[in-house]
Design a protein. Structure first.
Lengths: 75, 303, 357
């Protein structure tokens, strides 16, 4: 997926996991609970051996937050 | 009237006077120069180009010796645009390539009515194939080979995509070749007029190939995007087209677009549109140019 | 003395419709406008007038291109101001936007079609160290690493050496006064802060209208480099027309110029904007401003010098000489004469690097 971020004027090319995370978030513009997000992704992707989905999603979210594409909000 | 209609004296007079006006695709450049290398280069490479109108030029440029004492010891050439020099001077032997590089700069810096992509672009029956590639990927060699075998040359360096409509605007200019590809193309396309080989530039040895007259005559005919092909040269590899994901193709265009960030969101949307309308491939080849051309001919005929 | 000719660019800026009625030399107009950094302004004004489509196709492409570039820069300045606001918010110290960024964030006509090269902010002198730290933490690095230049900016001038963001490559100038510490005429910065107006977003402020005009005036007429001479006048004209619509503005402006000891630059500015751009100045304001005219011999020399220096193109006869004289004057106004010799000599040996193609 390629994205144009209006806020920063930057363009980004997301990896496959990043794409799924972003798509899931776009479907829940008001926000989504982390556990629910992981469950949604789990249904779509199969991770390689030795990788933990929760950790990978956390890593992707941190990256997206740094790019100002997503933000953590209080529940 | 075309440049070839001018006598050598008339050409010299224009270059010494208000500027020789050349129509190059959508733009008119008025050039002044006292260097004979520039006069010779223009007479050869722009022979088929129309003479521009006297009342308006998009870019007024000059290639002249700089006004410094150095001009007497190690002759230099300086490119000026509207009186100001965007680059430092180069050795005088590089005067003609300097004109070409300077004109590239003018277009990249001042033509934001287009998304300007660093890519070659050729066409078959009004359908354009864009070849984005960083230096050294063999893009120019491939571009010359395709032009030799009947593909219409729209540009070997600067692909102009109209920001409003998405059409590809031709701007046929001399094809620039470097180092080994000079000899390769001289063998592949011996009839093509090639200018002087200029050694020792920052890019190595450089020579220019005259753009096919038919391509120049058709420069008012726009083309629509049909293929995006990213070439990669691998010694002794067989010519092979491999489908390329649309995101990857998009990033190739965006990464190679000089004025992508100037266009902001509209640039993003325009390039997405170009990718959506195109078949996208990576192309590996090992230097067998006939095979490469055959591959592209088959691609064009497959529609 | 006769009014110098600024050719088609000057005439068009005075009256935008002229280019459609007199024999059009679009080639000359586009080139002069581009050289003066006024191509975007020209494009904007023609569009505002609804006349872009009346421009022939070839020159119109350049206007469209310039407009695209200006729009992109505006978006970039908005983002940059937001970043600066974010970086400096914890310091709880006033941040006043200056020049182009101020015109843009305050939505003033002076911002339309303008080209922006950097963002300028004004902060309190005692906040400078904290501001510089916070900016560095946010990714801004100092430029001008030469120790002489660093000293020039910090000790003698009124700003930090220009900063550049390491990722975005945007430029930021941090000032603590509008005029250098070593200058002969020194308006007091505290009063500028007292009168500053807070903007709703980004935690930044702008100068009060009179102060904004006066800053623009001192930037145009006390500075060393006159390369943007005509563009600065266009800014001043736009500000005066906009603020002048308010009846009491001119008196406030002239009073304020007196308080800040900037009556002489205001005199020059008013002279030139009325002459070149037809700025409407109420008669009683004109009379008050006239009172700050310099003594006659100075007036003649400055007029002779200012005329050629304001022309947009270096290649027109007389301009290079005029710019050199003003360069010296600019330095004279900024630094005590003793320091001046030193600085000018060193500057003469510093040649800027230009990129190779």
């Amino acid at each position: 997926m390629v994205l144009y971020n209006e806020a920063t004027g930057s363009t980004h090319h997301l990896t496959s996991l990043g794409t799924y995370v972003m798509l899931a978030l776009l479907q829940h513009p008001a926000g989504i609970d982390f556990a629910a997000l992981v469950r949604t992704i789990d249904a779509c992707v199969e991770l390689a051996e030795g990788l933990v989905l929760q950790d990978e999603v956390e890593r992707v979210l941190a990256g997206l937050a740094e790019l100002r594409l997503v933000a953590r909000v209080a529940a | 009237m075309i440049i070839a209609d001018l006598s050598a004296d008339e050409l010299r007079r224009e270059l010494d006077g208000a500027g020789l006006r050349i129509r190059v695709g959508p733009i008119v450049v008025a050039v002044r120069s006292s260097f004979s290398a520039v006069a010779d280069g223009l007479a050869l490479h722009y022979a088929a180009h129309a003479i521009g109108p006297p009342d308006f030029a998009d870019f007024h440029v000059s290639v002249e010796p700089p006004l410094s004492p150095r001009r007497w010891f190690a002759p230099q050439a300086l490119f000026r645009f509207d009186g100001g020099p965007p680059f430092t001077p180069l050795p005088a032997a590089q005067a003609f390539p300097l004109f070409e590089w300077g004109l590239n700069w003018c277009i990249c810096a001042h033509c934001h009515q287009y998304v300007v992509v660093h890519a070659a672009v050729l066409a078959r029956k009004g359908r354009a194939m864009i070849l984005p590639a960083p230096p050294g990927s063999g893009k120019s060699t491939l571009c010359a080979a395709l032009a030799a075998r009947g593909w219409r040359l729209l540009s070997d360096e600067l692909t102009l995509i109209d920001i409003e409509t998405g059409v590809i605007v031709p701007i046929p200019r001399p094809i620039s070749l470097k180092n080994a590809s000079i000899a390769t193309i001289a063998r592949f396309w011996p009839e093509a007029p090639m200018g002087a080989i200029v050694p020792d530039t920052l890019k190595g040895s450089v020579a220019h190939l005259q753009p096919p007259a038919q391509s120049v005559r058709s420069s008012a005919d726009m083309a629509v995007p049909a293929w995006i092909v990213v070439p990669r040269y691998r010694p002794a590899a067989a010519a092979e087209l491999v489908p390329l994901g649309r995101s990857a193709a998009f990033m190739q265009l965006a990464d190679n677009a000089f004025n992508y960030s100037t266009h902001g969101r509209r640039g993003f949307e325009r390039l997405v549109d170009v990718v959506d309308r195109s078949q996208c491939f990576g192309f590996t080849y090992g230097g067998a140019l006939e095979d490469a051309v055959l591959t592209f001919d088959r691609l064009a005929d497959a529609v | 003395m006769s009014v110098p000719s600024y050719g088609i660019l000057g005439r068009t800026l005075c009256d935008i419709d002229r280019v459609f009625t007199e024999p059009a030399d679009w080639d000359e107009l586009i080139r002069r406008a581009r050289e003066a950094d006024l191509l975007g302004t020209l494009a904007y004004r023609l569009a505002e007038r609804g006349r872009i489509d009346d421009v022939p196709a070839a020159p119109r492409a350049h206007l469209v291109s310039a407009r695209t570039l200006c729009d992109a820069q505006q978006a970039a300045v908005h983002r940059e101001v937001a970043e600066i606001g974010r970086a400096l918010a914890p310091l709880q110290t006033p941040i006043v936007l200056l020049k182009g960024a101020a015109y843009l964030l305050a939505v003033l006509p002076a911002a339309n079609g303008r080209l922006f090269s950097d963002v300028d902010i004004l902060v309190k002198k005692d906040a400078l160290p904290a501001v510089e730290s916070a900016l560095m933490l946010a990714g801004y690095a100092t430029t001008h690493h030469d120790p002489y230049d660093q000293r020039y900016y910090r000790r003698w001038m009124h700003e930090l050496p220009p900063m550049q963001h390491v990722k975005r490559l945007t430029l930021l100038d941090v000032h603590h006064a509008l005029v250098p510490e070593t200058a002969r005429l020194r308006p007091d910065s505290q009063t500028l802060f007292r009168h500053a107006i807070a903007l709703e977003r980004d935690g930044v402020s702008i100068l009060a209208p009179s102060d904004m005009v006066l800053h623009s005036v001192t930037h145009a007429f006390n500075n060393e480099e006159m390369t943007h001479g005509l563009r600065d006048l266009v800014d001043i004209d736009a500000l005066l027309r906009h603020f002048g619509a308010d009846g009491g503005f001119w008196d406030r402006l002239i009073d304020r110029a007196g308080e800040l000891q900037l009556t002489r630059p205001l005199y020059y500015a008013a002279q030139w904007t009325t002459r070149l751009l037809g700025t409407p100045v109420p008669p009683d304001a004109q009379a008050r401003i006239q009172a700050s005219a310099p003594p006659a011999p100075t007036l003649v020399l400055m007029n002779a010098v200012l005329g050629p220096a304001l022309r947009p193109t270096v290649s027109m006869p007389g301009t290079r000489w005029a710019r050199r004289v003003l360069y010296v004057r600019g330095h004279w106004l900024k630094m005590p004469v003793g320091l001046l010799g030193v600085h000018l000599t060193i500057k003469a040996f510093r040649r800027k690097q230009r990129p190779t193609p």
